[in-house]
Design a protein around this ligand. Structure first.
Ligand SMILES: Cc1cc2nc3c(=O)[nH]c(=O)nc-3n(C[C@H](O)[C@H](O)[C@H](O)COP(=O)(O)OP(=O)(O)OC[C@H]3O[C@@H](n4cnc5c(N)ncnc54)[C@H](O)[C@@H]3O)c2cc1C
Length: 379
């Protein structure tokens, strides 16, 4: 009987893993089912550009089916519970999927409501609707305090809020309102970027662009156009852009797989979920000590695929192809048609190059070839 493989989540992690498995296993060896709550795959990095009026949100979403290899069965439904002991996934509409191997790729959830006032009083670009609302607010912005606040770690794509401050600086200059605007970056951390080796670069850029940074500000609530910290400090704003707290998907907690924030504990090299045989986690959903990033999922997916393929074929996994070293390669836009790249792994921190036009062009090219990469399960 073919092995039953179930993948939950049709983001970059789930799609790539399912496509890679389908490429390497034929129908006599395995059935591959991908469950996704919406049936639409979204290229989330594009939301930054939507907010800044450089992209249309409609270009960023595609029908999941169109990105999946034919051999993968797609189920559009919300998985509500994972029963590891009985090797079964319950779906909201009442169906159940039995599995021999399970890959959880449910991403990160946004928890606006953990901070009173955040949802209504501030904007974000961490959802399609949020990015479109922010675009409209920026079009009508006539100056004052533009405050960008970040939550405590972890949140997906740590460079995104810094990129936003630098790109919005450029946007406001073009609109002629920058001289009437203070851009203030507010963070609970003690440096402007979570990774120490990158913080110096951001400090320099902020100095050059006149962007203020307020560190050690742990946002507790939002009242009357003011951010209020847990120690009572206040930061008034005319327009606030807040990255909402990020948490693991509710199913992880409901199934007893997630920690208190919902992240799923896993072996950082094999991505095997701790205490759950033949269950793996790919992408933002895990508690791995690395950046929550599309490229992380991109490099993890082949490792998990190799382990499952080897198990189905009854052989030992290839030790190189099955071990994740923590590799992340993340472009970092700084405005002015320039970018750098953050490349690192578990053992080597990033050493960003001076921002240049090459990396900006490379980012642009990557964003346009993304759909091909996902569809073919290529690397
Ligand atoms: C503004 C922004 C900019 C970014 N920029 C970059 C960048 O430049 N480079 C980069 O590498 N990364 C970037 N990222 C991060 C990147 O988008 C994420 O890290 C990546 O999408 C994570 O992939 P994933 O598959 O783990 O989760 P996701 O892509 O979030 O997908 C999760 C999927 O699981 C589904 N799901 C969740 N729960 C269930 C359930 N119970 N049942 C069924 N389906 C479920 C969801 O519907 C979703 O389709 C950015 C993110 C944002 C928001």
């Amino acid at each position: 009987m073919p092995a039953r493989i179930v993948v939950i989540g049709g983001g970059i992690g789930g799609l790539l893993t399912a496509n890679l498995l389908a490429k390497r296993l034929d129908r006599t060896q395995a059935t591959i089912t991908l469950v996704d709550a919406t049936g639409m795959h979204v290229f989330q990095p594009g939301w930054l550009y939507v907010a800044l009026d450089k992209a249309n949100a409609r270009w960023l979403a595609r029908d999941t089916r169109s990105l999946l290899r034919r051999e993968v069965r797609l189920v559009i439904d919300q998985a509500s519970h994972i029963d590891v002991a009985h090797r079964r996934v319950d779906l909201t509409r009442g169906d159940q999927l039995e599995f021999d191997y399970l890959v959880v790729a449910t991403g990160a959830a946004l928890a606006h409501d953990e901070i009173p006032g955040l949802r209504l009083a501030t904007h974000d670009f961490y959802s399609s609707a949020g990015a479109e609302r922010l675009r409209e607010a920026l079009r009508g912005f006539e100056g004052g305090n533009l405050v960008v606040s970040v939550p405590s770690m972890p949140f997906k794509c740590p460079p995104a809020p810094v990129e936003f401050t630098l790109l919005v600086d450029e946007y406001l200059r073009k609109r002629g309102v920058r001289d009437r605007t203070r851009i203030i970056y507010v963070s609970p951390l003690d440096r402007v970027f979570p990774i120490a080796s990158v913080a110096g670069l951001v400090d320099d850029l902020y100095l050059r662009h006149g962007i203020e940074a307020r560190m050690g500000f742990r946002l507790q609530r939002v009242e009357k156009n003011t951010l209020i910290s847990d120690t009572g400090d206040q930061q008034p704003f005319d327009l606030a852009v807040s990255i909402p707290p990020n948490r693991g998907a509710p199913i992880a907690i409901a199934s007893g797989l997630g920690n208190e924030q919902g992240w799923i504990p896993a072996d950082p090299r094999t991505l095997a979920v701790r205490g759950a045989k033949d269950v793996y986690v790919v992408g933002d959903a895990s508690d791995l000590p690395t950046s929550k990033n599309g490229s992380t999922a991109h490099f993890e997916a082949p490792r998990v695929a190799e382990q499952i393929v080897a198990a189905v074929e009854g052989r030992v996994p290839n030790p190189v192809r099955s071990r994740y070293r923590g590799l992340v390669i993340c472009p970092f836009e700084v405005g002015g048609g320039k970018a750098t790249v953050l490349a690192f792994d578990y053992d080597r921190p990033p050493r960003p190059l001076r921002p240049n036009r090459f990396w900006h062009a490379a980012t642009w090219l990557f964003n346009r070839t993304y759909w091909l990469t996902v569809k073919n399960g290529r690397l």
